[in-house]
Design a protein around this ligand. Structure first.
Ligand SMILES: *[C@@H]1O[C@H](CO)[C@@H](O)[C@H](O)[C@H]1NC(C)=O
Ligand SMILES: *[C@@H]1O[C@H](CO)[C@@H](O)[C@H](O)[C@H]1NC(C)=O
Ligand SMILES: *[C@@H]1O[C@H](CO)[C@@H](O)[C@H](O)[C@H]1NC(C)=O
Length: 396
């Protein structure tokens, strides 16, 4: 009796073929952010910025004649590399080609910011006790202060993708004085609520208490770091042609982030998967799962005992939307399965200072097209240039 489905059979063939490929062929090389920026005509300056709590963050500046700096903040498990992978048709290079003073930040714990003045990421679990909260509370102020100091500008414009915009909601509500340093936040794939996430992610969210207790028992703190087992495995496995697309993109990435074969084509997949993921803390992932599970945009839930000690309350406090006064542009995508339209609608209702809202007219746009889609100069960048132009308030 035959029980195997043709697609499963095909998958097995591909895997066997790829195992021999992995062991015999060289993988596509992962250029660093400095190499990428240089390759596309903008040799960058690297800043190593120390946060108030001792993390050392790498920020790359692609200088331009414009006096208004633009800060680009990547999403979860990501790095500054992604903004340049499409070369002349990527956002960072396009902005730099148009004279903008572009700053590419890296949040704590990723490939470029896995450093601390005292803590050792390899041996101190304390290094990994952070999520988007600490990135918004400590990383952004350190980065923003450096940019304003170095450029002489009084305000900057910011573009945040996914978690890269979540961090700004933390900043605006917890460190109110920073609202006035932002001309505008352009939130690509805005994310603060995960009430309406479809499967498979909704299933993971429902299982999150179980996942949380499991990773605590196992004592895993870092996930998908370049030199961690999970990271090495993904980079090796997902960077071989065919497998990168058939398994890593079509079976894993698309179901979570939205299907869009037009914008993320097979030839590009290995370039993407040698650079992504770039590593983060397990706590960063858990915090988002908690947001979905508890249906609340709140601080990290440590459990009632530690919550009492940390927050003086058994439950983690919710972030205060009314304190966020920076102008915000929300750019959503209808085929984004992570930042779904109904969840962005909740965020839009709560935010007091939305100056622009757009559901991208291209109905197939997904969560990652915003940064690595093939035709973004056509479908996305005109909106970004318009918003930057309308909100560039230079103050001497
Ligand atoms: C990228 O753009 C720059 C500046 O516009 C141009 O000089 C260069 O030839 C372009 N490179 C490619 C590969 O298109
Ligand atoms: C991975 O290991 C190499 C070689 O030891 C090192 O140069 C690199 O910085 C490490 N990367 C990370 C993200 O830890
Ligand atoms: C500000 O810039 C000055 C001059 O470049 C430098 O000496 C100082 O350390 C900078 N401060 C911060 C907080 O970056």
């Amino acid at each position: 009796m035959y029980t195997s489905s043709p697609s499963l059979y095909l998958l097995v063939i591909i895997i066997i073929k790829q195992i021999s490929y992995i062991t015999t062929e060289k993988l596509p090389s992962a250029l660093s952010s400095i190499e990428l920026a240089t390759k596309y005509g903008h040799p960058p300056t690297q800043y190593n910025i120390i946060t108030e709590d001792g993390y050392i963050l790498a920020v790359f500046r692609l200088p331009g004649r414009s006096r208004i700096p633009v800060l680009l903040m990547h999403g979860i498990l990501d790095s500054s590399d992604m903004w340049m992978l499409r070369g002349n048709t990527s956002l960072a290079i396009t902005l730099a080609n148009n004279g903008y003073d572009v700053w590419l930040a890296n949040s704590r714990g990723n490939r470029y910011s896995r450093r601390h003045k005292i803590l050792n990421p390899d041996t101190d679990p304390a290094f990994w006790q952070f999520s988007f909260h600490e990135m918004g509370y400590y990383d952004l102020p350190a980065v923003i202060d450096t940019i304003l100091n170095e450029s002489g500008a009084k305000k900057l414009s910011a573009i945040g993708h996914s978690q890269g915009n979540t961090m700004f909601y933390v900043l605006g509500s917890e460190r109110k004085e920073y609202n006035s340093k932002i001309n505008v936040l352009i939130a690509l794939a805005p994310i603060a609520y995960l009430h309406n996430t479809p499967p498979p992610l909704s299933i993971v969210i429902q299982l999150s208490p179980l996942i949380e207790s499991l990773v605590k028992k196992l004592g895993v703190y870092e996930i998908f770091g370049d030199n961690s087992t999970t990271g090495l495995l993904v980079h090796k496995f997902c960077s071989t042609p065919d497998i990168a697309y058939a398994v890593c993109i079509e079976q894993i990435l698309f179901p979570v982030l939205g299907f869009d074969r037009e914008e993320l084509e097979p030839e590009f997949a290995p370039t993407l998967t040698v650079h992504y993921p770039a590593g983060t803390s397990v706590q960063s992932i858990l915090h988002f799962l908690q947001i979905g599970y508890r249906k609340m945009f709140a601080r990290y839930n440590y459990g009632s005992k530690v919550n009492r000690r940390t927050y003086n309350s058994p439950d983690p406090p919710e972030y205060q939307w009314d304190k966020i006064t920076m102008p915000i542009a929300l750019l959503a995508a209808r085929n984004d399965r992570l930042s779904s339209i109904p969840d962005v609608a909740i965020l839009r209702r709560r935010l007091p200072s939305v100056v622009f809202y757009l559901e991208n007219p291209r109905s197939t746009l997904n969560h990652v097209d915003f940064i690595v889609g093939r035709n973004m100069p056509v479908y996305l960048f005109p909106y970004i240039f318009q918003i930057l132009h309308e909100n560039n308030h230079f103050v001497d």
